[in-house]
Design a binder for this molecule. Structure first.
Ligand SMILES: Cc1cc2nc3c(=O)[nH]c(=O)nc-3n(C[C@H](O)[C@H](O)[C@H](O)COP(=O)(O)OP(=O)(O)OC[C@H]3O[C@@H](n4cnc5c(N)ncnc54)[C@H](O)[C@@H]3O)c2cc1C
Length: 293
């Protein structure tokens, strides 16, 4: 099929793009890599009157490691740009582990990280990463107003975010990775490159005496939005990190979720995957944290 007719704009500055968004509101749609929106247009599942192509806005194409350790990404950062960044495994090991699992290389060459966040597929890796890492997302609108939204407040439902129709997601701010943390990333899908049926992203900080200093567990593909397994995190923070504690934390994560059911997997299966993937990710994170003590 071919897309329904639309007007096409290719602004070269952020201000121009924000002006178009203010002018067209709900009738306008931003296109970045087009890896999601392209098929939706072709299938006429999206029929915007106006397409605002942000690919020529060079001011949105930047990646910076700040002196305080934060990673700052402009909205035109392609998935493959981060995959190919030799600094990434040292600076943000959880992102480095998950990035190659996003779709296929051809899609990562065009697809942007901001586009993935704005689309908010429940099973996408980047929404889980920003949730696990407590990132912040910068939204700008015409007239100079901007606001910063914490990842935990950004995802509001399947394919639904805090972005207002006249706003552009311009920047992603990822806090410094704590070098004493171990990480774990586990996901399950039937074929490489498919969206995950479920996934777990973990960071774990373990003291020399085996006590847990901090734990973050994010789940993807399980509920309508990426979820933090708060019950499991709280349990771990007062536990000695051993196999029994990791198993108990995984059970608490599985008990907390209200899993999706669809043609790919039942709710029971996703709950079972949650328990197993969280346990495996915690086990990996614990081993890595212990190794760097
Ligand atoms: C076959 C296939 C397999 C895939 N598998 C995976 C997978 O396993 N894991 C995964 O995470 N993803 C997967 N994807 C999705 C892919 O990662 C996304 O398509 C891509 O990251 C979206 O980025 P984009 O730049 O192409 O966004 P676009 O398609 O251009 O836009 C997507 C949406 O975001 C909005 N948008 C884009 N940029 C902005 C912005 N700066 N501000 C506000 N709104 C914006 C658009 O209006 C649109 O609604 C898959 C896609 C395909 C086609």
């Amino acid at each position: 099929m071919k897309p329904a007719p639309f007007q096409y704009f290719a602004p070269e500055t952020v201000d121009e793009a924000l002006g178009l968004l203010a002018q067209y509101g709900l009738d306008g749609k931003v296109i970045a890599g087009g890896q999601t929106l392209g098929p939706l247009l072709n299938m006429r599942m999206a029929t915007p009157d106006v397409l605002i192509d942000i690919n020529r806005i060079q001011a949105l194409n930047y990646q910076r490691y700040e002196s305080d350790g934060r990673l700052i990404l402009g909205a035109l950062t392609r998935q493959s740009t981060m995959e190919d960044d030799p600094r990434l495994p040292g600076a943000q090991p959880l992102i480095a582990a998950a990035e190659p699992e996003v779709a296929h290389r051809a899609i990562r060459n065009r697809g942007t990280i901001a586009g993935s966040l704005a689309h908010a597929d429940p099973a996408a890796e980047w929404p889980g990463l920003v949730t696990a890492l407590d990132a912040e997302l910068v939204l700008r609108r015409h007239g100079g107003a901007s606001r910063t939204v914490a990842a935990k407040d950004f995802f509001q439902g399947a394919l639904t975010t805090a972005i207002e129709p006249e706003e552009l997601l311009t920047e992603i701010r990822i806090p410094r990775w704590n070098p004493s943390s171990g990480w774990g990333f586990q996901e399950f899908n039937r074929r490489h490159g498919d969206f995950a049926l479920a996934g777990a992203m973990v960071r774990l900080d373990v003291a020399v005496d085996g006590g847990c200093r901090d734990a973050a567990i994010a789940l993807i593909g399980v509920e309508e939005t990426p979820t933090r397994a708060h019950a499991a995190e709280e349990f771990l923070r007062s536990a000695k990190v051993d196999d029994a504690a990791l198993k108990e934390a995984a059970s608490r994560a599985a008990a907390q979720v209200t899993p999706l059911a669809d043609i790919h997997a039942s709710a029971d299966y996703r709950r079972s995957l949650t328990r197993e993937l969280v346990y495996r990710a915690l086990t990996d994170a614990s081993a890595r944290a212990t190794a760097i003590q």
